[in-house]
Design a protein around this ligand. Structure first.
Ligand SMILES: Cc1cc2nc3c(=O)[nH]c(=O)nc-3n(C[C@H](O)[C@H](O)[C@H](O)COP(=O)(O)OP(=O)(O)OC[C@H]3O[C@@H](n4cnc5c(N)ncnc54)[C@H](O)[C@@H]3O)c2cc1C
Length: 509
């Protein structure tokens, strides 16, 4: 007899671990969580260090997804690393915890047509419920949570240079404060990292599942879902790569913004015209699958230091959230990350012949790109589709202008009194390099793809309804980065955690 579950959750990543656990906790339903990668229990996924990150990226724990040649980046193909392991991105990421800007949540609320699940107050409620913000003398306990499963610490043992970075920002008129508190605009502080008091990574797998698996939750690792079982516009389960079928009353896709559309294309859910071109039988029409892709960009602005900048085990020790003032909205559109020089991040061609011992790195991030891309079917091979991933990085001229402002802001901070000795010589781009060329030649993903099955208020503008249901088909839900309509002004995992809690409540009803 075929296996049968009440719910199948596809993908045990940042969202999937929360959804599977919360569904199991909130009901008597039998839940199956299916993950393509392994269980991720070894030290690489537990002990946060740059060495351990390098042991996960470009390994079997990483999907290593390649984009199409990017016109805005001088036709370079970019590899977007994505976690293939329980915990997903949260098991291999840089640990940064940023809630985002209040205006982001107001925008999502508007896009949802005023659905109360997507109200800024609902996100705030779940941020608070999720967080254990481990900081002495917490003076903002009315906005921050202190009893949740996600443990957050400010950068432990920050380097001297990251303290100087904060001082340099203050010299330039920015305020030091909690960028996850009341106000984000023009705030600088040490980065808030998702680690527990023992200094270990606190992925959603570790926070929600490891060691506390409810009896009604089964976890199946090393099993990749190929497609869904669809009959009469109802989803009845999944088919694995080895053609094993598993039935369920409801299926929740949590496979991430780059994988979820591929599973849907393989299941015949997309624009019928596109499906027909590749000989895929249409099971449900939905023209918005794969549309609306956007991602954050990063680039390195590195300096050789005159004095020892200190050491770090974190990719970002401190960050500034600011604006280019080139967009109409008042949201933060630039995030400037900073760390004491991390070996391996300055491109080889910019390292002086004598070698580089002391350096610091600013990483401006284009936080609210206006360019949108898409995921589309490329070809069919042995009955499975391959996809084109086109984030359209720097596709709009405005994004390039905003990004150039980001470089200017880094340079101003580098010139501050506090930073002078840490920023003796600009290595890259270098004062003689054309900044526009540098951005096109060196900018790359900071691994935050979202939006490929966005929610919206009508079947005329969106893949999913605000209650996470995929339009055009029954008993199929999407809860991952795909449903986020626009990128938040900051690293997205905090928002993904909150929306997973919201979706679990909706699904368990
Ligand atoms: C290197 C890196 C650094 C990052 N740094 C940060 C950071 O510091 N702060 C931050 O906020 N965000 C960061 N992010 C982004 C953040 O991790 C992601 O936004 C988040 O993990 C997305 O959550 P998700 O649940 O949508 O997808 P994921 O977490 O990617 O989970 C998807 C899961 O589904 C599984 N899956 C996919 N396809 C299938 C299939 N067909 N069958 C079965 N399973 C499947 C995957 O293996 C994966 O486990 C980073 C990401 C990366 C990759």
């Amino acid at each position: 007899m075929n296996e049968h579950y009440d719910y199948i959750v596809v993908g045990g990543g940042a969202a999937g671990c929360i959804v599977a656990k919360q569904l199991a906790k909130r009901s008597n339903a039998n839940i199956l969580l299916i993950e393509a990668g392994d269980n991720g229990v070894d030290d690489r996924f537990r002990i946060p260090s740059i060495e351990n990150l390098f042991k996960t990226w470009f390994t079997d724990a990483d999907w290593q997804i390649k984009t199409t040649p990017q016109r805005g980046l001088n036709d370079r193909e970019i590899t977007i690393n994505q976690g293939k392991v329980l915990g997903g991105g949260a098991a291999i990421n840089a640990l940064m915890y940023v809630r985002g800007n209040k205006l982001n949540f107001e925008e999502w609320f508007r896009i949802s047509g005023g659905d109360r699940n997507w109200s800024p107050e609902n996100f705030e409620k779940y941020f608070k419920e999720l967080e254990s913000f481990n900081i002495d003398n917490l003076d903002n306990s009315f906005t921050r949570g202190n009893n949740g499963p996600i443990s957050i610490l400010k950068t432990p043992n920050p380097s001297f240079s990251s303290t100087a970075f904060i001082k340099g920002c203050v010299e330039n008129g920015y305020l030091q404060g909690d960028f996850n508190g009341e106000k984000q605009n023009e705030i600088v502080d040490y980065m808030q990292l998702i680690i527990n008091k023992n200094g270990e990574r606190c992925s959603t797998y570790r926070a929600f599942i490891e060691g506390i698996i409810p009896k009604n939750l089964t976890i199946k690792c090393l099993s990749e879902v190929k497609r869904l079982i669809i009959k009469d516009e109802k989803c009845n389960g999944v088919v694995l790569k080895d053609n094993q079928q598993i039935n369920a009353d409801k299926v929740v896709l949590c496979s991430g913004a780059l994988s979820t559309p591929k599973i849907l294309f393989n299941s015949g859910i997309a624009d019928p015209v596109e499906l027909e071109k590749f000989g895929i039988q249409c099971t449900a029409e939905n023209k918005f699958i794969g549309k609306n892709l956007s991602d954050h960009l990063r680039v390195m602005i590195a300096y050789e230091s005159e004095i020892d900048p200190g050491n770090t085990e974190f990719l970002c020790e401190a960050a500034l959230f600011t604006r280019s003032f080139l967009q109409e909205s008042n949201e933060v559109d630039l995030q400037i990350n900073f760390s004491a020089g991390v070996q391996g991040f300055v491109p080889d061609e910019f390292i002086p012949e004598k070698g580089l011992s002391n350096s610091v790195i600013f990483v401006p991030v284009l936080a609210r790109p206006t360019s949108k891309g898409n995921i589309s079917i490329k070809e069919m091979i042995n009955g499975e589709c391959l996809v084109n991933i086109d984030p359209n990085y720097l596709g709009n001229e405005l994004d390039l202008e905003i990004y150039k402002k980001g470089v200017d802001i880094c340079r101003k901070i580098a010139e501050s009194m506090a930073m002078k000795e840490y920023c003796k010589t600009e290595l890259c781009p270098g004062r003689n390099e054309n900044v526009e060329d540098y951005l096109k030649n060196y900018a790359s993903t900071i691994w935050h793809p979202v939006g490929t099955c966005s929610i919206g208020d009508s079947y005329k503008n969106s893949a999913c309804s605000p209650d996470f249901k995929l339009r055009g088909i029954n008993d199929l839900y999407i809860v991952d980065a795909s449903v986020i309509p626009t990128l938040p002004s900051g690293n997205p995992q905090a928002s993904i955690f909150a929306l997973s809690m919201i979706a679990s409540e909706v699904l368990a009803k």
